[in-house]
Design a protein around this ligand. Structure first.
Ligand SMILES: [Zn+2]
Length: 299
């Protein structure tokens, strides 16, 4: 993940300017025997009897939970893509228009906990459904233009003020220093605004992700188990982090649980699952590496 991918939303902290270079937890990849992807095009989520379940690969596990979350929340009017990253990080992210990537390290840490997985999937789905990446791009473009104008105006004002003080010409170097100072200050303003937006989006994804998970009928404590896991990791939190500190996310989630009564969510999701009881079908995506959870329109 050394290449720059703009605006991906991970489940845990990244730092501005290093947003895709995540140093959270990295141990050498462990050889894993997963079914080759080409075999997965035939997997159907309905084939989940207990025997099969115990032998499920990560991708099958993630996809079957994701399928239920998507269906219980009426998000099945277009396809989604699920990918398991071979990197052994404890993380997950949402990217492009409909993709969710989960790292093997995270799956290992929550192995078998459907509700914890549903919370992660819900969180990443929420980044997509709330247009967080698009919003960040739009706001960044808008802000950059505004700050650029402000910087020019400030520089002009400074020039005018200097000229009224003295008739001597202002040295080029002085002008450059002032320009730089203004530019640095504006860049800091931009970073601060984007960071604040990012943190707001993370809390929103936690909240909506929680409702997605609860509507799917999973144990509502799944999210707390994720945060407990994150809080056991070495903290890479700094004041520039794109994510709020884990303790703040835990406190916010406690409020979310009170705000959205579990039973209401469950009734709503259960109704949808009953009305739309046919599991969505899985096929290999055109990208060749992710599994596509098809929309309900695919027969
Ligand atoms: Zn996130």
């Amino acid at each position: 993940m050394m290449m720059k991918i703009p605006h991906i939303h991970k489940i845990i902290s990244t730092t501005l300017g290093l947003s895709t270079i995540l140093i959270v937890f990295n141990i050498p990849a462990i050889a894993e025997t997963t079914a080759p992807l080409s075999n997965l095009s035939t997997i159907n989520s309905s084939a989940s009897n207990l025997q099969v379940k115990t032998r499920k690969t990560n991708l099958q596990w993630v996809s079957s939970v994701a399928e239920k979350v998507i269906r219980a929340n009426g998000l099945d009017d277009h396809p989604w893509r699920i990918q398991i990253s071979d990197e052994y990080d404890i993380n997950a992210y949402a990217s492009e228009l409909n993709k969710i990537v989960i790292y093997k390290g995270l799956l290992d840490q929550i192995h078998g906990d459907d509700a914890a997985l549903a919370f992660i999937i819900g969180h990443e789905l929420a980044h997509h459904t709330q247009r967080h990446s698009a919003q960040q791009e739009e706001i960044e473009t808008h802000l950059k233009k505004r700050l650029q104008k402000e910087a020019e105006t400030e520089f002009t004002h400074w020039l005018v003020a200097e000229k009224t003080k003295s008739v001597k010409p202002i040295p080029v170097i002085t002008k450059e220093i002032v320009k730089q100072r203004i530019a640095i200050q504006k860049k800091q303003e931009l970073d601060k605004a984007l960071q604040s937006l990012s943190r707001q989006h993370e809390l929103e994804a936690d909240e909506i992700g929680y409702t997605y998970m609860a509507k799917s009928g999973y144990d509502i404590n799944g999210g707390f188990r994720i945060f407990n896991l994150l809080s056991r990791l070495p903290s890479d939190y700094t004041e520039n982090s794109t994510h709020p500190p884990t303790q703040q996310r835990i406190n916010a989630l406690k409020q979310v649980v009170i705000k959205h009564p579990w039973l209401n969510l469950w009734i709503d999701g259960n109704q949808r699952l009953t009305n739309n009881s046919q599991p969505l079908k899985f096929t290999l995506s055109e990208d060749g590496i992710s599994l596509r959870i098809n929309s309900r329109f695919v027969q």
